[in-house]
Design a protein. Structure first.
Length: 213
């Protein structure tokens, strides 16, 4: 199981130190939440801050767009060369075009589903992406409660991936903790995003290890 701490719950006054600390504590990726105040009712950080994060991170970035006008945002962030860029299919009319745009920058494309969006919408997308991110909260804020229905979606997606793309990675984001991590693993998840669970603890290493079930 890979762990991607979400810096949304980090101390923004000491962001560089927090990023370095979770990298040293064993994070596999640094999850970066980009919100535009339109797709979700919150705003986070722009490319200048993400540039600063990339400079100090010793692990690859996993950028999660919760934005409208996705191609514009890809152009704003592509120079940072994250490992993944993920975008919400609820927002995009031309999903395949956007996937190709991300891949043409040698960045691994991923799509995101809100809790209410069914897995069957991925039938004609799963073969074209490297990862699917299933939201286990409604996006916009850290510290929300895990929605357990996502467990069935993980199983359904694992089955779909077996038919369409056996290498597909499944990532889960929202309310992840040491209680639901084993259930998510059993269902077939590969990467867990965790914001408040990791950053609320004193010992980041212990927090990350407790999720690596
Ligand atoms: C929520 C973000 C998450 C958030 C998770 O919209 O996409 O990445 O930081 O935070 P926790 O782990 O606290 O639910
Ligand atoms: Zn996220």
């Amino acid at each position: 199981m890979k762990i991607a701490p979400s810096i949304l719950s980090a101390d923004f006054g000491n962001l560089a130190d927090d990023v370095k600390a979770v990298c040293e504590a064993g994070a596999d990726y640094i999850h970066v939440d980009i919100m535009d105040g339109h797709f979700v009712p919150n705003m986070t950080m722009g490319p200048m801050i993400v540039d600063a994060v990339a400079k100090v991170a010793t692990k690859p970035l996993d950028i999660h767009f919760m934005v409208e006008n996705i191609p514009f945002f890809i152009d704003l962030y592509k120079h940072i060369k994250p490992e993944f860029i993920s975008f919400h299919i609820e927002e995009e009319k031309h999903i395949n075009r956007v996937i190709q745009k991300i891949r043409s920058e040698e960045i691994r494309p991923a799509v995101v589903l809100n809790p209410a969006t069914p897995v069957c919408f991925l039938e004609n997308i799963a073969a074209d992406v490297d990862m699917v991110l299933l939201m286990s909260v409604n996006p916009g804020f850290g510290g929300q409660k895990f929605i357990p229905e996502v467990l069935d979606k993980v199983k359904e997606l694992r089955n779909l991936a077996e038919r369409k793309n056996p290498d597909l990675l499944i990532e889960i984001d929202g309310g992840v903790n040491d209680k639901n991590a084993p259930l998510l693993k059993e269902a077939g998840a590969d990467i867990l995003v965790a914001g408040s669970y990791v950053f609320k603890q004193e010992d980041y290493k212990k927090a990350i290890e407790s999720l690596r079930v």
